[in-house]
Design a protein around this ligand. Sequence first.
Ligand code: GDP
Length: 526
Amino acid sequence: VKQVNESALEDSLVESMTHEGEEMSRAPVVTVMGHVDHGKTSLLDYIRRTKVASGESGGITQHIGAYHVETDQGMVSFLDTPGHEAFTAMRARGAQVTDIAIIVIAADDDVMPQTKEAISHAQAAGVPIVFAINKVDKPTANPDKIKEQLANMNLLVEDWGGKIQSHDISAKTGIGVEELLEKVLLEAEILELKANPDKRANGTVVEAFLDKGRGYVSTVLVEGGTLKIGDYVLAGTNSGKVKAMQDERGKEIKEAGPSTPVSILGLDGAPQAGDKFNVMEDEREAKDIANKRTQLQREQSVRTQKHITLDEIGRRIALGDFKELNIILKGDVDGSVEALTDSFGKLSTEEIVVNIIHKGVGAITESDVLLASASDAIIIGFNVRPAGNARQVADKEEIDIRTYSIIYDAINDLKDAMEGMLSPVMKEEVTGNAEIRETFKISKIGTIAGCMVTSGKIYRNSGVRLIRDGVVVYTGELASLKRFKDDVKEVSKGYDCGMQIKNYNDIKEGDIIEAYQEVAVKKKLK
Ligand code: GDP
């Protein structure tokens, strides 16, 4: 066994990527963020509908996660997943693809919490902002109010004497959208965005999914170099030769330069959104690194499972009956995997933490099952099934595999599973009643009740209540339960018996003895 530096591989990758060549200016990559319902999707849709490259027939028909448009001033590429969550998720994975953020604010509303969040996310990433004050077609719109609120947050827009660009638009009618894009391009000019189109391509994965007919389809954004058909691509832990490329209009293309989003066919799996991709010299090199990364990832996931933080230990001790539910999640497209991850995460409560220890696109494999077995997890498949040996191994290892095609069902079932895991609440259940027909005083022993069981069963280990005229006068347990002279375990309805209540002798004819037991009842989640 030879210990190799884990990062050596990646370093050599970076080294091999630095090439001589001329840097040329490239188009900006734009993300649209803002508060819900302020018009992010409408703006992206409007641009998609109307701003397709001039002279090209047909609109953008495919949702591949990104698209580019040609304006009079130049090209702009859009990431088609609005919202700062996606933006930050990508960033968390080390992928900063956005050059400029358009932050949409509805002029008939206010600067809202999510607007503020979006602003701070963009600022944290050091990405310049262009404000789009939207819905100015509405009679209730008041763009100046928004600008004032921004000014109060120390964000001075141009027409208020500041440096931040902003434009009043209507995503519905299209007023101002053209000018907004001009401002975006102006901002891009200031940034002096450059890339070298002559080297082997590198970039970031935007989206990936499994297409029933075509196999794994990955949308990538080329950041540097030019991606060509036949290139050997390494993307995250996947690799493969580019068999075909399409743009957002579904048109076959042969190569894609910097800032161009394309969907490619040919990878051996679905890389995750945010994974970096590189074009490698040959196929073996790409495969080798992909394998090494998979191995590293596996080792890391094993490590993180074992090492929990002090805080976590303290929290578990404090809670006493802390439990966690480990899940391996597989789905047909990245989108539904992310959606389920989100929803599952929200199911976590004080008492149970939902841990997604592995997620991915594609069928449930044997290695998923082994991981589940190693970490005590259940496997959830969304529109995917176990492949190859996975089912047999799962049966052998007794791993729970559940498959769904409706997100709602998956969430509900998981909730149920969690209720099963919660420590049950003890609840009393009356098992039977007996009526006292006669009492016998026995010296040194106490008073024995001669009873007739009138309903259900009385068990020797039951708890009992003495009820007189409908009122509970004593709660305790039995000291003895006999039929004739014999001790018995239980007496059913219709039989008479002798009972003595432990430490209690004040019994009368006509009293009712109610027997009850504690049963465990599943707790519902709050
Ligand atoms: P998102 O949640 O930010 O993606 O917002 P949407 O794009 O889904 O828009 C929310 C609602 O506002 C929809 O009903 C849109 O039709 C409406 N809307 C968006 N932009 C405009 C606009 O410029 N003018 C008007 N009148 N309505 C708009």
